[in-house]
Write a protein that binds this ligand. Structure first.
Ligand code: ADP
Ligand code: ADP
Ligand code: ZN
Ligand code: ZN
Length: 945
């Protein structure tokens, strides 16, 4: 099949009607960088991903296996008249694509595969007992070594005579010794060597059979001189064959030197310690392979044990106030009594915070004191282990169990023999624990011998290339062994980008979704250069993006609009930036020209006394920092990617505040103390994670308005007549829902090599309900039709039921009026999900004294949407809430009341507080990247107003 049979210079899309697209035509120029922009919900994703990418992927499947093709008919063909000139398409999205919990940065970028090969080919094994290099001796290498001895030295080539027999029992030995000697004689070996004596074997009886271990068979007698090499090699080979891979070279004493016994072996073992090692091969270096994985932890790097953070969840509590959680249970009050006795004796105060006890005192409490007959926390748990046959004890133990680093491999995941193999003095786990910048330096400066270079050159080239791509996309601070599951959406996307750069595919269509997410303005230019590079090597690049610098760098811009949902779906403009700037009706153009802008507030809220104080935060890369977050205002946390923003806000601030309330079971980020929690009635993290993982969750179930809608349907005359109650209108429980798809409306089919494919349920045709239930109508619409309404349409449809409209209006307020009530949670973007969550809090009106935490809330938002979002934030603060935002968007940063800038760089070079203050103060600071970019941004704003 040929995909590129058109000769035109562009991909031509005709009659696209996917989602809200209004039968649009558009051309994408080949080998160019095109940015698709427009307000959130206008149809950018529907065009770029759901039409163009989907068609590219479908054509690609057509060219693949029969197995894949059988689903083709059922694979949704995008609703488009035709797409001409499409090339193989690659989507680089924000979704974390990996489901393997062991997947890491190194495995995702294929660097791991190359490293395994590299270690297998040129790694050197060092004995873990004596540190010597472990080698396997070849006849050639032995000969080379022997020929360095003093010329004219006489020596014997021997092999151990009775290796096998020595291992067997005494009673069997006499007979087998005879048989063995016979067989040796038959093979032509007629001399034995024992402690300096040569024994001539006339008959097997010539040997008396004492001291079997020190008896050798003499293969050859030689003298060191130049032409002896070949004969020596032959003799060693004979000795290896007959002696089970062992050979000895015994020199005779000369005038200058005493006699010497040198041992060599064909086995891969330490000649001194006699420890056998495994030959390096790729599977030895894989923790996914049972052969290479550490057997204690099965390659996970951690094992389950008791977790002190769970046992002492709040280190601010004193011992008498119940710092040791298990001892607050009535059934263990005896342990508390023992603790009291011990504390009295050891003079440990029971009424101060556990954290304020000296390290020695804490140690006594935890590890016990034998002399004082005090068991300690550890002893208590050892005792519990012996009572595990009781169910309630098992339940209790499970509550305090957590992951601890594996005692055997200390988290390295590989078995000892793999860890003994090194290159440039580092073993594989050590290399994997390097940050990308350090790994790049390591491999750039690695010096190899000529032979090693010949074997490993290609591998090294691939490794270096990939590391440099990762540097280019700004991920220098990530370690190679970082788990993929802990990466942010932006980081994960940039890793896919680097991986694709590594594969240097040409002639493909790359479709990207907001690649600037998570990037500080400082690093935007680098990202843009990479996309241009991708284009210049012969690819077509299509980017959905809102960020100004990216729009300004595009060859072509496609502006989708004008509004969202029903009010969008049209191509407002396609062409170059120059022409876009002249457009009258484009919102994007108005913002780019500065006619519209996100206003900088003239007055900022005053900073009061109430604040949250974080003391000594040291999780991940944080450098034992103290941070004050003022309450009742909007605070922005800024800094380059990897500087520590998420660590400070998610792991330290959020987790510790939650832990203080007993609402956090896992480990909270390390810090000495978080003060000020008493000012807060609640702490709410509004992040971009999906609002539900099944298609059965949707915006109206999430904001709890669906319950009311179901009641409305259940209260109709027809429903009552059929005996339907509110639960029949639910897709979560059997009753009214379609049972074929269990209310999903779709069926998921797993494909071997592509992402899973969703197919519309054949039974209910995607309506999710039984046909009998669909006959029940309220104001002439059935439940399925109501779920198809947009939020705005529903507001007028239910206008007489304020319980419904009040909540729906909040969705409209946060800019989601275009969403359909029943649009499944799985199709919402991260930004939309975040705004649905925001709406649910606004609808509850419980925001007084609540601390809201947002993580890049501008994801997916156009300038125009940001204005709306800021209005919602204002409402929350006016109602008494406090807001903390992790953000790179300069329009949001400039409107904040307070900025906390972290840095200066990502990873180890970050984790410091660089600056704090009002935006006007931050822009004066030379050493803050945020200050520098904010200053430029504000100058532009002023010029353009
Ligand atoms: P953008 O990418 O510009 O934010 P989208 O293309 O995601 O906009 O959405 C355009 C419209 O299509 C919106 O009204 C959105 O709610 C709707 N939409 C998006 N995905 C789906 C879907 N899977 N099913 C139904 N409607 C959808
Ligand atoms: P930011 O939010 O500013 O981009 P992060 O807080 O995500 O920065 O990262 C700060 C540092 O901590 C980086 O070096 C990062 O690699 C490291 N880090 C973050 N999360 C984890 C994790 N789950 N495991 C190990 N290291 C992490
Ligand atoms: Zn282990
Ligand atoms: Zn169904």
């Amino acid at each position: 099949m040929t995909m590129n049979n058109n000769t035109s210079e562009c991909i031509i899309v005709r009659g696209a009607k996917v989602h809200n697209l209004k039968n649009v035509n558009v051309n994408i120029n080949l080998h160019k960088l095109t940015v698709v922009t427009g307000v959130s919900g206008s149809g950018k994703t529907s065009l770029a991903f759901d039409t163009i990418y989907a068609e590219g992927q479908r054509r690609y499947v057509e060219s693949l296996s029969a197995y894949a093709r059988q689903f083709l008919e059922r694979m949704d063909k995008p609703d488009v008249d035709e797409v001409i000139g499409i090339c193989p398409a690659i989507a680089i999205s924000q979704k974390n694509s990996s489901r393997n919990p062991r997947s890491t940065v190194a495995t995702q970028t294929e660097i791991f595969d190359y490293l395994r090969l590299l270690y297998a080919r040129i790694g050197k094994t060092y004995c873990h007992s004596c540190g010597q290099i472990v080698k396997r001796d070849t006849p050639e290498s032995i000969a080379d070594e022997i020929l360095t001895l003093t010329p004219a030295t006489r020596f014997y080539v021997v092999f151990p005579a009775f290796t096998e027999i020595v291992k067997s029992s005494r009673s069997k030995q006499t007979n087998s010794v005879k048989a063995h000697l016979m067989s040796l004689m038959q093979r032509g070996f007629t001399r034995l060597y024992q402690e300096g004596q040569i024994i001539e074997l006339q008959t097997p009886e010539s040997f008396t059979g004492e001291n079997l271990e020190n008896t050798y068979v003499l293969v050859d007698r030689l003298v060191i001189k130049a032409d002896v090499r070949q004969r020596l090699i032959d003799s060693i080979e004979i000795a290896y064959q007959s002696g089970g891979g062992q050979v000895g070279i015994f020199t005779l004493a000369t005038a200058e030197a005493t006699s010497k016994e040198l041992y060599f072996s064909e086995n891969f073992e330490c000649k001194t310690c006699k420890i056998t090692y495994l030959l390096p091969e790729p599977r030895l270096f894989s923790f996914n392979n049972p052969y290479g994985a550490c057997s204690t932890c099965q390659g996970f790097g951690n094992t389950i044990g008791i977790d002190l953070d769970l046992i002492i969840p709040n280190r601010q509590l004193s011992l008498s106030a119940g710092a040791v959680d298990p001892w607050t249970k009535p059934q263990f009050d005896w342990a508390l009594l023992e603790l009291k006795d011990f504390c009295k004796e050891a003079q440990i105060p029971m009424n101060v915070a556990f954290d304020d006890l000296t390290p020695a005192q804490q140690n006594l409490i935890i590890n016990g004191d034998k002399k004082a007959k005090w068991m300690g926390v550890k002893g208590f748990f050892d005792w519990l282990e012996t009572k595990k046959y009781k169910l309630h004890i098992r339940v209790l133990l499970s509550k305090y169990r957590g992951y601890t680093s594996c005692s055997d491999c200390a988290g390295a995941r590989l078995r000892q023999e793999a860890r003994d193999v090194k290159i440039g003095n580092k073993n594989l786990p050590e290399v994997l624990s390097l940050s990308i910048i350090k790994a790049a330096k390591f491999f750039d400066t690695l010096s190899l011998t000529e032979t090693e270079t010949a074997i490993a050159d290609r591998l090294l080239l691939e490794i270096r290339r990939r590391l440099h791509f990762l540097l280019d996309v700004g991920l220098d601070y990530l370690t190679l062994n970082r788990l993929a599951s802990t990466l942010s959406g932006g980081e994960s996307q940039r890793i896919q980008l680097a991986t694709n750069l590594g594969s240097s595919l040409v002639g493909a269509l790359y479709v990207l979704d907001e690649p600037s997410i998570g990037l500080h303005p400082r690093d935007n230019q680098r990202l843009i250069n990479i996309l241009k590079n991708l284009r210049d090597i012969g690819n077509t690049v299509l980017v959905v993006e809102h960020e100004t610098a990216m729009i300004k760098s595009a060859d072509y811009v496609i502006d989708v609009g004008l509004g969202a949902g029903e009010f969008g779906g049209e191509i407002i403009f396609e062409g170059t930036l120059e022409k876009l700037l002249k457009q009258e009706n484009s919102l994007t153009a108005k913002y780019l020209r500065g006619e519209l802008e996100v206003k900088t507030p003239k007055l900022r809220r005053s900073i009061g006394d109430k604040k949250i104080e974080i003391l000594g935060a040291s999780e991940h890369n944080l450098k034992n920092i103290n941070v004050e977050i003022p309450l009742g205002v909007m605070t922005c946390i800024t800094g380059v990617s990897g500087s520590g923003k998420s660590t400070l806000i998610h792991n330290v601030l959020y987790a510790n505040l939650k832990k203080q309330r007993g609402e956090w079971q896992e480990k909270a980020g390390n810090c000495r103390q978080v003060l000020g929690g008493k000012y807060l009635s609640d702490i709410i993290l509004v992040d971009q994670s999906p609002i539900g993982r099944t298609p059965r969750s949707n915006p109206v179930t999430y904001i709890k308005v669906y319950d009311v809608i179901r009641e409305v349907f259940a209260s109709t005359k027809e429903a009552k007549a059929h005996g339907y109650d509110a639960s029949h209108f639910s897709f979560n429980v059997p009753g009214g829902r379609c049972e074929t798809c269990e209310g999903d409306g779709t069926i998921t089919v797993e494909m071997q090599f592509l992402a899973d494919v969703e197919l519309v349920c054949e039974e209910c045709k995607g309506t999710r309900f039984k046909s009998s239930l669909l006959e029940i109508k309220y104001r002439n619409r059935n439940i399925h039709e109501v779920l198809q309404l947009t939020v705005r349409e529903a507001i007028s449809f239910f206008s007489n039921i304020p319980r419904i409209t009040n909540k729906l209006k909040v969705l409209d307020d946060v800019g989601l009026g275009y969403l359909r009530l029943g649009q499944s949670a799985t199709t919402l973007s991260g930004g939309e999900a975040q705004r649905v969550k925001l709406a649910s809090f606004l609808a509850k009106r419980t925001s007084e004294k609540t601390l809201f935490i947002f993580d890049e809330p501008t994801t997916g938002l156009h300038f125009d949407d940001i204005n709306k979002l800021l209005i919602s934030f204002r409402r929350l603060i006016d109602a008494g809430a406090s807001i903390v935002i992790i953000e790179h968007n300069l329009d949001v940063i400039k409107t904040s009341d307070w900025i906390i800038d972290l840095g200066p760089e990502g990873g180890e070079q970050g984790g410091f507080v660089i600056a704090t203050g009002r935006p006007e103060e931050i822009i004066e600071l030379e050493h803050s990247y945020t200050g520098k970019f904010l200053r430029e941004h504000l100058q532009n704003c002023l010029q353009e107003v």
